[in-house]
Ligand binder design. Sequence first.
Ligand SMILES: Cc1cc2nc3c(=O)[nH]c(=O)nc-3n(C[C@H](O)[C@H](O)[C@H](O)COP(=O)(O)O)c2cc1C
Length: 181
Amino acid sequence: MKKEIEGNLLSPLPVALVGTLIEGRPNYCVIGYMSPFDFGRHIFFSLYKKRYTRVGIQRNKTFSVNIPSEDLMREVNLCGSKSGRDFDKSKLFDTFYGELKSAPMIRQCPLNMECRVTDILDYDPNEGIIGRVVKSYADSGLVKDSIVDMKKARLIIWTIGGDFSYYRVGERIVLDEATAQ
Ligand SMILES: Cc1cc2nc3c(=O)[nH]c(=O)nc-3n(C[C@H](O)[C@H](O)[C@H](O)COP(=O)(O)O)c2cc1C
């Protein structure tokens, strides 16, 4: 038997911190409604128009995506509840830049990407922000033969569908030969 549930059940999703540069200062905002598409060459995320982050997106047409590990839970909580309009979130992290000088990235996050905005979709009161991934970075301790060890990165995931909780990434599923066929 099935029970009808209200809302979207495509879950869990990664927790990401979107970085923008506003008035010369880095700002970091938690975005949960985010997805790679176009085989990972582009990223989509949903941004409520009132977010301070929108100012940086509109002005620079760039942003960064920083994937935190669970050690950064306190900072994630602050970046997801306080607006850069009235709280300086740049002080929470060390910032570095790659190719795009207006897409600040968080050194303490194990994985980072810098992106250039290619499209903005109006879904009032939200916008759909689409960016092309320009460059990606990972902490060297996580990389072996150009492959990132996602388990070691200790990423945070969160759930929608009414649950709205944070979780750890679980065990890797290894297919045996019989299952793989
Ligand atoms: C788990 C989680 C997911 C969130 N996802 C989004 C999102 O997808 N889009 C959005 O606009 N805000 C989202 N927020 C809210 C923003 O992170 C929050 O309002 C933040 O303070 C905005 O910062 P800013 O005003 O400096 O841009 C989320 C918050 C949390 C805790």
